[in-house]
Design a protein around this ligand. Structure first.
Ligand code: T46
Length: 141
């Protein structure tokens, strides 16, 4: 599995740091929604779903957390601990966010508006979907 991480350009000067994110320039899609989570309770695991269409970039702008990515055949854990790095998550990736530091603020830039019908929350359904994609890929070759 290829992990796609973006290293954003901090514009630092003697006052401190500033990171600017523009759609189609720093972010590979149109940004239709921004949300963030904070005050995450210790030991909690968030996410536990995939999406049908949504693409996202996760930036831990304060503190740290870990993201577990699962494409149905392989898993990878990606620590996020710098405010200038972003993790790209494609729609078809099962994701879990955990190990939040008490001060963590996880910001998410999303390619679509909020739509509950875009969520795949059942892991077996997710696995069936990934297997189906692999089969279609084989037939197309
Ligand atoms: C994802 C991971 C990384 C809204 O009303 N609007 C929104 O845009 C979002 C994201 C959530 N909500 C409501 C729906 C729930 O009542 O906020 C509540 C918590 O959402 P959820 O349980 O889906 O949060 P996470 O942290 O499990 O997942 C979120 C995103 O939903 C999801 O798309 O990929 O972060």
């Amino acid at each position: 599995m290829q992990v796609v991480k973006y290293m954003f350009q901090p514009h630092g000067d003697d006052r401190g740091q500033l990171v600017a994110l523009e759609e189609f320039k720093d972010i590979p899609f149109q940004i239709k929604r921004v949300y963030y989570m904070y005050d995450t309770v210790s030991g909690v695991v968030r996410g536990k779903h995939a999406h049908k269409k949504l693409e996202q970039i996760l930036v831990c702008i304060h503190g740290s957390c870990k993201i577990k990515l699962d494409n149905g055949s392989e898993t990878k854990v990606v620590p996020l601990e710098k405010p200038y790095e972003g993790l790209y998550i494609s729609n078809d990736m099962w994701r879990e966010m955990y190990d939040f530091s008490p001060d963590a603020v996880l910001m998410v830039l999303a390619s679509e508006l909020y739509d509950e019908s875009d969520y795949i929350r059942d892991y077996d359904e997710f696995l069936a979907m990934t297997r189906q994609k692999i089969e279609v890929g084989k037939q197309e070759k």
